[in-house]
Design a protein around this ligand. Structure first.
Ligand code: SF4
Ligand code: SF4
Length: 123
């Protein structure tokens, strides 16, 4: 089961997870053109090897260790992680559309500082 990045990454986006991922499956990297405009980062579910290195690296607990463990408030972002492909404008746009819809659907989470969102995710 792939690891999943969720909404505490929005507004944080510090790339700490990218720096520790052994298989370069988290995008966009800071050296990719999409980085500046990306709302958050995404894990490619077929490239992730489930090593777990990214979880303790994330300062805001944005990363869940499987789609099953991803809380219901964050489930739409599972698809965003799966869709995103650096260098594919259509895939990037589709993933970002899901993220924007998530933000609109969860003002209660978006109004919190990123570091406080994970505690409010629920189950
Ligand atoms: S679990 Fe490992 S392989 Fe998967 S995104 Fe995190 S660091 Fe990369
Ligand atoms: S470490 Fe966490 S907040 Fe930083 S880019 Fe990765 S998922 Fe986003």
């Amino acid at each position: 089961m792939p690891f999943v990045i969720t909404d505490p990454c929005i507004g944080t986006k510090d790339s700490a997870c990218v720096d520790v991922c052994p298989v370069d499956c988290i995008h966009p990297r800071k050296d990719e053109p999409e980085f500046e405009t990306a709302t958050m980062l995404y894990i490619h579910p077929e490239e992730c090897i489930d090593c777990g290195a990214c979880v303790p690296a994330c300062p805001v607990a944005a990363i869940y260790d499987s789609t099953d463990s991803t809380p219901s408030t964050q489930k739409s972002l599972v698809e965003a992680n799966a869709l995103y492909r650096a260098g594919d404008p259509d895939a990037v746009a589709r993933a970002e559309t899901i993220v924007k819809a998530h933000e609109a659907a969860h003002p209660e989470l978006m109004s919190l500082p990123p570091a406080e969102r994970a505690a409010a995710h629920g189950t």
